[in-house]
Design a protein around this ligand. Sequence first.
Ligand SMILES: Cc1cc2nc3c(=O)[nH]c(=O)nc-3n(C[C@H](O)[C@H](O)[C@H](O)COP(=O)(O)O)c2cc1C
Length: 366
Amino acid sequence: MYKTLFNLVFRKMDPEKAHHLAFFWIRLAASVPGLGVLVRLVLAPRDRALRTTALGLDLPGPFGLAAGFDKDGIGIDGLSMLGFDFVEIGTVTGEPQSGNPAPRLFRLVEDRALINRMGFNNQGSARVAARLAARPHTTSTPVIGVNIGKTKVVEEADAVADYVKSTERLARHADYLVVNVSSPNTPGLRNLQAVSHLGPLLHEVRKAADRSTSHHVPLLVKIAPDLADEDVDAVADLAVELGLDGIIATNTTIGRGGLRAPAAQVEAIGMGGLSGAPLKERSLEVLKRLRARTEGRLTIVSVGGIETAEDAWQRIIAGADLVQGYSAFIYEGPFWMRRVHRGLSARLRAGGFRTLAEAVGSAKES
Ligand SMILES: Cc1cc2nc3c(=O)[nH]c(=O)nc-3n(C[C@H](O)[C@H](O)[C@H](O)COP(=O)(O)O)c2cc1C
């Protein structure tokens, strides 16, 4: 049914407009008394065996929505209603910004991929913090991750202060905090992945988070798939050394290899980060590398090209404590999370695992 809706309606629309329309419907459904409960009943039933604890947080399952879909935290309850086990909002920057000029989001349907150069369009840390502060605390509140990045106009030399500002405003409202240094759409941002820059940045963000809250807010760093293997290792070592809680791998790629879409179409789209199916292989490779390097000392969140329950399962048995997706949500629609949950549950049982945690990293033992 969604495939028909996608082909008849969304596919004919500008991708960013389609995003806004779909997100509006999701928020509307969640706000109608009774309807939200009904949708949740249909889309978000979960096997208790999928329950897991990661980053010190209890989650109904391991499958979350990756950053970028809800940059301002305006639709968290709607997204949780659809079955995501946790929702990562952002990227939020220190100051509000409108992002790059449109068009800035493109579909490569035959590749089940997207290219975006949104450029962190968001309302800024003060407004998003106020929105999160106003949220009522209910038992159905999902785990909320807050992903932070650098304001475009802030010089690279002042980046730390910008991240610290966001941290001071947002940390107390976040179940976990992510330092994003891997988006290709903010000039210079990915240079911050170099250990010489990343060390001081993460150290200051950690200090700022501790100053702002009385409890420990888990801190993660999100990395690009385009890092060389030695750099993936270096970030992993740094994360362990700094006592970080986890790593999210990966963001979008600037690569364009192996696409089915005609080269001229891809070239006409221009700059931006590629996500979806073409990321699958590298994202899994980075996960395996991180797992081998950190040996369970960090929580690893795997993201990039996850489309099916089998994809999610392969990440889990390769060592991902949690998984996330974004692009496949666009192509698969609102029943996607239910399908993934069902498939994960079946695989857990078929493998004889009593809990999800038992399955994490189990591939290397077999
Ligand atoms: C339109 C779009 C916007 C995104 N915006 C962000 C962002 O603001 N911050 C971030 O860390 N990642 C962002 N991402 C990257 C995703 O969180 C994810 O890492 C990436 O898309 C790979 O996952 P996927 O293949 O399941 O889409 C964005 C992705 C897309 C498609």
